[in-house]
Design a protein around this ligand. Structure first.
Ligand SMILES: C[S@@+](CC[C@H](N)C(=O)[O-])C[C@H]1O[C@@H](n2cnc3c(N)ncnc32)[C@H](O)[C@@H]1O
Ligand code: SF4
Length: 462
């Protein structure tokens, strides 16, 4: 999980294909949708399974963090890709849920000269299509602090809220006051970290909330009227039975969320659960995981939630546009400690350390860790790996047009094997998708795809 997507919604990680010697950096996708991710690195306690970067906020840590976000945003030039912005390549994003809160445009002053200047600069800026605040626990910020963070975001986006703006909240942090501020800012989507409705399992995960708090938080979110609500659930937990998981899915479906993310527990290094695993106190059980996956897909399909990615399900029109943007290897800019970016020809991360992040900003630097030039090989491999995790699969002709110089011959050699093994299906037009069996083995297929892109192109390869 600690791949370059870390800090966005949890997803499988791709190790990333190596750049071929002498290969020129590639734009992720000129003019493609742009996302903004903000990592809020604070939690009251650490859950036993969690490896996301977070820390307990001390003294003036939050005001300093908020100032740091503004400093970091000032270091990014959003007009950099403006010339490419008109040239939209790719399938683009599905229509995100409508943002019903209209932000007042700074251009709306009635002064024609100001309006002209504003519209000139607006046309020169890249538009931010989606935003995602994750963590950590954004809900640990007070209402006034959320407002400050929101104002910084809106300023960065040129005054208007992105069409889709998601905020992750842990149930224990949800209050009517915080929600009202978020909705007022233009937040369209709340992602609630439920994990389970079972008291004992919540306790075993080190969570701070009870099932009653989940229901209270959900009712408050619905009462404010966010257009889209997601619930995060986790399965294949130590000692969790199939009946318990079924009860969790039923409880989630009974609340009628618009979106469900169901994550198979991963034992992340340096977590309390990892220690238990290494001490033999809990065990990995791949067969149990496969059964849970399969059951989840069946239950949720029957309940009217369409699967659109290995771990993600939505009612029509509620797929998370921000994550789709990421998985389709478009561009996003990450702010805050540990946040990753893929922007302006480069992939890079911020240090997963609040003090180091502040020190970098004081020196006028951002995105200082894991810098990689975006090459066609890197983007093509990741577009296939992450694309296959989505139910829509990938269109090879489309990706070959997007990244013509990547080593496609290796993938074409691999495909017959994946077809014979029943892991993928292929259409005459070049669309490739994982079968349900392939979806269960998505990580293994991803590893083979990565290897295929790493082979040298054959002499006769075009
Ligand atoms: C960034 S995390 C945390 C969101 C928020 N702080 C909360 O806990 O409510 C987003 C989601 O990733 C999932 N997650 C985190 N670590 C995981 C792990 N080790 N295995 C499976 N899912 C995990 C959880 O479902 C969690 O809600
Ligand atoms: S509250 Fe969320 S981010 Fe914080 S430790 Fe728990 S899962 Fe991780």
């Amino acid at each position: 999980m600690a791949g370059f997507l870390t800090g966005q919604e949890k997803s499988g990680s791709a190790p990333g294909a190596a750049a071929r010697p002498g290969e020129a950096p590639a734009a992720a996708d000129s003019g493609a949708p742009l996302g903004v991710y903000v990592h809020v690195p604070f939690c009251a306690t650490t859950c036993d399974f969690c490896a996301f970067y977070q820390t307990v906020p001390k003294a003036d840590a939050v005001p300093r963090y908020l100032a740091g976000i503004r400093e970091e945003m000032a270091l990014v030039d959003l007009s950099a890709g403006a010339a490419e912005a008109a040239d939209v390549v790719g399938r683009g994003l599905p229509t995100p849920p409508r943002n019903t809160v209209q932000q007042r445009s700074p251009a709306g002053s009635g002064d024609p000269a100001r309006q002209q200047t504003a519209s000139r600069s607006a046309s020169a800026r890249r538009r931010v299509h989606t935003a995602f605040w994750g963590g950590g626990t954004p809900g640990l910020l007070r209402a006034g602090e959320l407002e400050q963070l929101g104002r910084a975001m809106l300023d960065f986006c040129g005054g208007s809220a992105p069409a889709e703006w998601s905020v992750e909240l842990a149930p224990a942090t949800v209050t009517a006051e915080r929600l009202a501020v978020l909705r007022q800012l233009g937040v369209t989507r709340i992602s609630l970290g439920v994990q389970s409705f079972d008291d004992a399992l919540l306790d075993a995960l080190g969570r701070q909330h009870t099932p009653a708090q989940i229901r209270r938080a959900y009712d408050l979110i619905r009462a404010i009227g966010f257009p889209s609500v997601n619930l995060d659930l986790m399965f294949a937990l130590p000692n969790q039975t199939e009946a318990q998981w079924r009860a969790d899915v039923d409880a989630a479906v009974a609340l009628a969320p618009d979106h469900l993310s169901t994550y198979c527990l991963t034992f992340e290094e340096d977590t309390a659960l990892w220690v238990k695993l290494s001490q033999g106190k809990v065990k990995l059980d791949a067969e149990k995981e496969a059964v849970f996956y399969q059951r989840t897909w069946d239950y949720l399909a029957a309940a009217g939630y369409a699967q659109y990615e290995v771990s993600n399900f939505a009612r029509p029109g509620h797929a998370c546009a921000h994550n789709l943007n990421t998985w389709r290897m478009h561009e996003w800019i990450g702010f805050g400690p540990s946040a990753a970016s893929q922007f302006a020809g480069e992939r890079a991360s911020n240090p997963p350390d609040l003090a180091q992040w502040h020190a970098d900003l004081a020196a006028g630097r951002r995105a200082t860790a894991d810098r990689t030039a975006l090459t066609p090989a890197l983007l093509a491999a990741d577009a296939v790996i992450f694309g296959l995790r989505m139910n829509e699969g990938v269109s090879l002709p489309h990706l070959q047009r997007r990244f013509p110089t990547a080593a496609w011959s290796g993938l074409h050699d691999l495909l017959p094997k994946l077809l014979i093994e029943g892991l993928v299906t292929a259409s005459p037009e070049g669309g490739v998708r994982l079968t349900p069996r392939g979806r269960l083995l998505a990580d293994a297929v991803g590893a083979e795809v990565l290897e295929a892109f790493a082979v040298e192109p054959k002499a006769d390869a075009r």
